[in-house]
Design a protein around this ligand. Structure first.
Ligand code: F3S
Length: 396
């Protein structure tokens, strides 16, 4: 693989041991992906930072990189961790986990990360069309590629970290034009009305992800989602849960031009959507968990106002959002609790230990949360948010 002079110096250790280690990793991965060279990245986002997931081994690795002098050379943000860093006691987090998650965050701070702890960097960071990124959270990768037209592979957390240190990624996969062309069409035209009438964007996403696998699909029939950030987030997060693709080109929504519509076509009808819904149709009992991906400010406002107008929710509602949004509600904590709403930042229902503070039975609007929580043994009911708010949260 071609390396320029600076990159060679990085590899040879002229910029220190951590940079050399990072460059060796990035080059090795580049060779695996048959990249001809590296590409400079504008931003990195690192996932897999929860102590619950990476344990002592991951913690030691991060502290070692930081102590070797590893520093991020591009703006770098981080995904949610194991707990709300302020309300951790309410989450049943032990002092030991708190301390270790804190050490993980301090290692990231030492390396220069912005401690955002949200999986929606696309709502906050300055990312534009054509920007090369190193992101490692699937919903964020899918949003950046599919809606913004930025370019990132679905990197693993450790690779994104190394790419953040050297400021470069292998020029391969979705960084290249030729790999961004769709190779199959997923057609929702015949079920479009059913999807929009019943808000089945998460369900459609789970099906689309499974059909696409690792291929780039061209999606027809969902163009009415243009500008609908809330439902695009749900759709793409679900695609990322059931499939391995990092890009979905949605007709009328994605900014990239599609010249050749793939002739291989899969039609999704209402029956397929109903069948998918039945997989997550538990008893409809349990607590309500919303915010996978993390809720934006307007979404939180809408939910709080909706419940506020109707009185106390009959079930506990947990909302997961970024710390920026949660801070705006800091003074309203008591009022929210009176409504039976509990807000957490820095974490989510999947990467925290939900059974320690919530329940093993949940109702969610997120296909991604439904997918992962049910694989962890939770009883999950997947219900559109509008229906949760209208029928489940406030009345029987
Ligand atoms: Fe985000 Fe957690 Fe879902 S990290 S996308 S809220 S699983």
């Amino acid at each position: 693989m071609y390396l320029d002079k600076i990159e060679e110096k990085m590899l040879d250790g002229e910029f220190g041991e951590a940079v050399s280690l990072a460059m060796r990793t990035v080059v090795k991965m580049g060779e695996v992906f048959s990249a001809e060279r590296l590409v400079k990245i504008k931003h990195a986002h690192v996932s897999g930072i929860s102590y619950e997931n990476i344990g002592d081994e991951g913690l030691s690795f991060l502290e070692e990189i930081a102590s070797l002098g590893g520093r991020f050379s591009v703006p770098t943000t981080v995904n949610p961790g194991a707990m709300d860093t302020e309300k951790w006691r309410e989450m049943g987090i032990t002092p030991e986990v708190f301390e270790k998650q804190g050490r993980i965050l301090r290692a990231f701070m030492k390396m220069g990360a912005k401690i955002t702890l949200t999986c929606t960097p696309y709502l906050y960071e300055q990312i534009g069309f054509g920007d090369h990124l190193a992101w490692s959270e699937s919903n964020a990768v899918l949003y950046a590629n599919s809606i913004i037209g930025a370019r990132t592979n679905r990197d693993g957390g450790p690779l994104a970290l190394m790419e953040a240190i050297v400021g470069r990624a292998p020029l391969s996969g979705l960084h290249l034009d030729e790999n961004r062309r769709p190779t199959l069409t997923i057609d929702f035209s015949i079920s479009e009305q059913f999807i929009f009438d019943n808000y089945l964007f998460s369900v459609a996403g789970l099906i689309a992800g499974r059909i696409a696998g690792n291929r780039v699909p061209y999606v027809i029939g969902l163009s009415r989602l243009k500008g609908d950030v809330e439902n695009l987030k749900l759709f793409l997060a679900a695609v990322g849960a059931s499939g391995g693709t990092g890009l979905v080109l949605i007709e009328g929504v994605s900014p990239e031009k599609v010249d050749d519509i793939p002739s291989e076509r899969v039609e999704v009808d209402a029956g397929m959507l109903k069948e998918e819904m039945e997989k997550f149709n538990e008893d409809g009992e349990g607590i309500i968990v919303l915010g996978c991906p993390h809720l934006g400010l307007d979404e939180v406002q809408e939910i709080v106002e909706w419940i506020g107008k109707r009185g106390r929710a009959k079930r506990k509602i947990y909302l997961y959002t970024s710390r920026d949004v949660a801070r705006m509600y800091e003074d309203e904590r008591k009022k929210l609790e009176e409504l039976n709403i509990y807000m957490f930042a820095d974490t989510c229902m999947v990467v925290s230990n939900l059974s320690a503070y919530g329940s093993r039975s949940v109702i969610t609007d997120s296909g991604k949360a439904a997918f992962y929580l049910s694989s962890k043994g939770y009883n999950v009911s997947l219900v559109p948010r509008k229906i949760i708010l209208e029928r489940v949260a406030v009345s029987d």
